[in-house]
Design a protein around this ligand. Structure first.
Ligand code: AP5
Length: 231
């Protein structure tokens, strides 16, 4: 099953992708996570990407496509994958189409996360990430009095705020989304693979809507059949 999760920064793509990984047993491929990992390991690509990410712009297509080619070639992507934050402009979408055609793996669905901007700004300002496992939390939905640490990792590591989640950078990321990524709604709509979900609902309701949409796909039924045979 080949999926794309598309939506503005902070719309909840990463949160839901983690749940889809558990349900369907296919990997989440987040270009944001891959670029942050390259940045943190100090590779040449990571250092080139860092300045652009910190400013809220888009990293060059050349870098991003290189990362995607490498990641899709890994064995765990053979049964399918969840693309999170990629493609982000028409050039990337066209390059993805060519790559998937050569692999004979067409996209099953592109899910558009619809959320209003006031909600997005609130979600991003409250986002905190575990520096060990990468799991995403939010200070507004955490129970009152909860300490800012990850309860799933040994040693309960501190949660951190992303540098590009500062207000001025978020404004720039939203502008970039409008100019470069929103045109993909028409691009995929014209191909008949686009489905929109109301991602303003709470996390559990969004998950339920996504599962209902994806479970109806023949590709999802095949994956779940294979998983239940294996267990
Ligand atoms: P990236 O990491 O992809 O960031 P993004 O697309 O801006 O998306 P986010 O990670 O901000 O949000 P999300 O939709 O995953 O929301 P989340 O689940 O965390 O990209 C970062 C940068 O890398 C880019 O700016 C660019 O520079 C570069 N880059 C990446 N891909 C690129 C590409 N293809 N080409 C070029 N450059 C690229 O949720 C947000 C918060 O809300 C969390 O705290 C969460 O707990 C909370 N939340 C989630 N769902 C709900 C809900 N339903 N109700 C209430 N709270 C919720």
């Amino acid at each position: 099953m080949q999926l794309v999760l598309m939506g503005a920064p902070g719309s909840g793509k990463g949160t839901q992708a983690q749940r889809l990984v558990e349900r369907y047993g296919i990997p989440q491929i987040s270009t944001g996570d891959l670029l942050r990992a390259a940045r943190d390991s100090g590779t040449e690509i990571g250092l080139r990407a860092k300045a652009v990410m910190d400013s809220g712009g888009l990293v060059s297509d050349e870098i991003v496509l290189g990362i995607i080619h490498e990641r899709l070639a890994k064995a765990d992507a053979a049964r399918g994958f969840i693309l999170d934050g990629f493609p982000r402009n028409i050039a990337q979408a066209e390059a993805l189409a060519a790559l998937l055609a050569s692999l004979k793996k067409p996209l099953d669905v592109v899910v558009q996360f619809d959320v209003n901007y006031a909600e997005i700004v609130k979600r991003i300002s409250g986002r905190r990430t575990c520096q060990t496992c990468g799991r995403v939390f939010n200070i507004y939905s955490a129970p009152p009095g909860t300490a800012p640490h990850c309860d799933r990792c040994e040693g309960k590591p501190q949660l951190i705020q992303r540098k590009d989640d500062e207000e001025a950078t978020v404004r720039k990321r939203l502008e970039v989304y409008e100019q470069q990524t929103r045109p993909l709604i028409k691009f995929y709509g014209d191909q008949g693979v686009l489905r929109a979900i109301n991602a303003e609902q709470d996390v559990e309701q969004v998950t339920a809507a996504l599962f209902a949409l994806l479970d109806a796909l023949p590709a999802a039924r095949a994956l779940q059949g294979a998983q239940s045979k294996a267990s």
